[in-house]
Design a protein around this ligand. Structure first.
Ligand code: IPM
Ligand code: MG
Length: 361
């Protein structure tokens, strides 16, 4: 198969982990007889340097001409937001991309490998059998894209953010989440704040209606405050979590850290036409950029998700996922995964990927 990929490495560790994901894709192309055509585009601070914009039209055009988008990460040092280059850089890049391509569904996977359970901040007992949870997060509604106001009212400084949902937005993601649950452990938890919010009351009604079409899936509603607590109390109860934009943002960060490193969680954002963007859930980590120490796993797994979901290359995606497991079983670790035990081999970003590639062959 021949596929065109828009490659947007972005800032910080983005370019170096992206380079490794592409090495892995090249290996897949060779092994399975595919051709991947990469077109690089600038986004984030890197785009600002060149265009004085965080998401230039040239980059949008590259994405429009591609079969899928592979995104790295954007953003600068934490205390640099006073510079125009870094001010709101993440929102101006990634939120703008979501809007431009109607990416309304976000899928994030948490996996704890049995060899790495000791890295988890949770008690060993809670994660001893590993964890495998997916979050479906609605991405274009809720408080993110309603009207934002910051100004004055009644002579007081005043701000408001409007949260909005219509039933179609909820139905669309709910169907995909239930369909996915059917291919997994058939267990779906829908998360809301229906004891307070009108958007959550609608969310709950619509999800319950969709659930009737999937009688084989065990489904329950859970309030978001309870869910945040259950995730650290008994994470193994979760299989598929379905939730709205803001709750999904918060809960997916909570889930990503259960594995012990932010460098492990891949994600996919889909539009209803099926076009998609794949990116690591973690950030651009400018403090460790350029040192060949960043964990490339989330970026490589994002590329694997792209193969599976956008190109229906399921065997190829599996080949990458298995190779990462083998590399971990063989004791290779980037420094964020180090436990300080004798059996582990601490390697750099490139060397870790080299091991993944060897395991693929
Ligand atoms: C995420 C990020 C974004 C979000 C930020 C950068 C706007 O936190 O993808 O989870 O809130 O959606
Ligand atoms: Mg987030």
């Amino acid at each position: 198969m021949k596929k065109k990929i828009a490659v947007l490495p972005g800032d910080g560790i983005g370019p170096e982990v992206m380079a490794q994901a592409i090495n892995v894709l090249d290996c897949i192309a060779q092994k399975f007889g595919h051709e991947f055509i990469y077109t690089h585009g600038l986004v984030g601070g890197a785009a600002y340097d060149e265009y004085k914009e965080h998401l230039p039209q040239d980059t949008i055009d590259i994405c429009n001409n591609a079969d899928a988008i592979l995104f790295g990460s954007v953003g600068g040092p934490v205390n640099a937001h006073t510079e125009e280059k870094w001010n709101n850089c993440e929102a101006k890049s990634i939120l703008a991309l979501r809007k431009a391509f109607n990416f309304n569904i976000n899928l994030r996977k948490t996996e704890i490998y049995p060899e790495l359970t000791a890295l988890s901040p949770l008690k060993p007992d809670l994660v001893k059998n590993g964890l495998n949870i997916v979050v479906f997060r609605e991405l274009l509604g809720d408080i993110y894209f309603g009207e934002h106001y910051l100004g004055e009212r009644n002579s007081l400084r005043f701000a408001s953010d409007v949260a909005e949902y219509n039933e179609e937005q909820i139905k669309s993601i709910a169907h995909l989440a239930f369909k996915t649950a059917l291919t997994r452990n058939k267990n779906l938890v829908s998360v809301d704040k229906a004891n307070v919010l009108a958007t959550s009351k609608l969310w709950r009604q619509v999800v319950a209606e969709v659930a009737l079409q999937y009688p084989d899936v065990k489904y329950q509603d859970m309030l978001v405050d309870n869910c945040a607590m259950q995730i650290i109390k008994n994470p193994a109860q979760f299989d598929v979590i379905l939730t709205s934009n803001l709750f999904g943002d918060i809960l997916s960060d909570e889930l990503s850290v259960l594995s012990g490193s932010l460098g492990m969680m891949p994600s996919a954002s889909f539009s209803s036409s099926g076009f998609a963007l794949y990116e690591p859930a973690g950030g651009s980590a400018p403090d460790i950029a350029g040192e060949n120490i960043a964990n490339p796993i989330a970026q490589i797994l994002s590329a694997a998700m792209m193969l599976g979901y956008s190109f229906a290359m399921h065997e190829e995606a599996k080949c990458i996922e298995e190779a990462i497991k083998t590399t971990i079983i063989n004791g290779y670790r980037t420094q964020d995964l180090a436990l300080g035990v004798a059996s582990e081999k601490i390697v750099g970003t490139k060397e870790f990927t080299q091991q993944v590639i060897e395991a693929m062959q």
